[in-house]
Design a protein. Structure first.
Length: 382
């Protein structure tokens, strides 16, 4: 901001990578949204690779795309690339001027980073900025079940493909949907079945949405349906995103440490039918936890709270009898395990940043997994 005030131009690393690639006419595939970005980016990368396409991938998922572009430039294969796949955060969109993805996806927009943006509306507009330079020759993939993304008429110029994790009722017509339990896509007027939802290894309705978004992007990039279906059957998920950790005395443990906002928690919780012990808390990002109230009792049997936001979350939930406030992760996991019955699930989906007790969400997730491992080893030792 200080540099901009002085009239200096500030661009982000994705913008820089894009500018370098423009003379080589490489198509970019960009994925943004509040939740699901990394999973969808990885799915799309794997679909391209399984189909034998030469691509590079990076961005907010962890590896700098400029590094990948530099390697391709120095290796003399930048012009041979069939796609650049990038995960893009709202912060990265803020520093874009020329960036024009051939295909972009906005997976969902729910309140997040309200400690940075003046309002939810400002945050939504930033997300929509990923499509600002697209023309009618480009494609924008949108979640039809997201009220903000259903109607963007007059605000984007790109062609639109919609996906939905529900049935294919029109208004607007979805190109990716679920029918009879099958993930389906509409290709050239024909409906094609990809896989049955029980074959998708990553858990939860939100991951069905991610799978459909990645599939539509892959199809637009010429990927064979068989390659797409193969990846959907094989992919077991990324660490710290609804990651299955193991079971102990009939209780299953899932690590969703990447769930750093309330929208992510809601999506994670909605993937369970009953018997859920939810661990919440950390450093608050001005989140509103009240929408979780409707899940108290079923599927959420108990809530275990930790970190700086523990007391606030307790109050937002209506100070329920089935909530416990703890000091730290160790105590939270121990209590959650004691509260769970055989057949139940303990889910870490904090709905908060990790910075009150950890360097990042990865360290928090690894700590959760370590404690679960110690519980399992302690019980087996006896």
């Amino acid at each position: 901001k200080e540099l901009r005030r002085k009239g200096r131009k500030v661009i982000g690393e994705i913008e820089l990578g894009y500018i370098v690639s423009v003379p080589y006419k490489v198509p970019w595939y960009a994925i943004t949204g509040t939740n699901g970005k990394s999973t969808t980016t990885k799915l799309l990368e794997l679909m391209f690779l399984k189909d034998g396409k030469r691509i590079i991938a990076g961005g907010n998922i962890g590896n700098a795309i400029t590094s990948e572009i530099k390697d391709a430039l120095e290796g003399g294969y930048l012009a041979d690339l069939e796609a650049v796949v990038v995960e893009v955060s709202s912060f990265q969109i803020e520093t874009m001027e020329r960036f024009t993805p051939r295909v972009a996806a906005i997976l969902n927009v729910t309140p997040d980073h309200l400690d940075r943006y003046a309002s939810f509306n400002e945050y939504r507009e930033v997300k929509l900025g990923i499509a600002k330079n697209q023309s009618g020759e480009d494609l924008l993939v949108l979640n039809r079940d997201d009220p903000f993304l259903r109607d963007v008429d007059g605000r984007v110029k790109a062609r639109r493909f919609y996906f939905t994790a529900s049935s294919p009722v029109e208004d607007p017509l979805p190109h990716g949907f679920v029918e009879g339990g099958n993930l389906c896509v509409r290709v050239g007027g024909e409906v094609e079945k990809l896989v049955h939802e029980t074959e998708v290894k990553i858990k939860g309705r939100h991951n069905i949405e991610n799978a459909l978004a990645a599939s539509l992007m892959a199809i637009s990039g010429g990927v064979n349906l068989k390659s797409i279906a193969g990846v959907l059957r094989e992919f077991t998920g990324l660490p710290h995103r609804m990651e299955y950790v193991g079971s102990c005395e009939g209780v299953e443990f899932y690590n969703d440490s990447k769930g750093t906002n309330v929208g992510a928690v809601l999506k994670a919780v909605s993937g369970f039918e009953t018997g859920l012990v939810l661990i919440l808390g950390g450093r608050d990002k001005d989140g509103d936890f009240r929408p979780l109230r409707r899940y108290l009792g079923n599927p959420i049997r108990n809530v275990v709270l930790m970190g700086e936001a523990g007391q606030k979350i307790y109050e937002h939930l209506g100070m329920p009898d089935n909530a416990v406030i703890t000091r730290d992760m160790g105590e939270a996991v121990e209590i959650a395990f004691r509260l769970a019955d055989r057949g139940d699930t303990v889910l870490l989906s904090p709905g908060c940043a990790s910075f009150d007790q950890y360097e990042n969400f990865m360290e928090r997730g690894e700590d959760f997994k370590r404690i679960v491992r110690e519980i399992r080893e302690g019980i087996h030792a006896h």
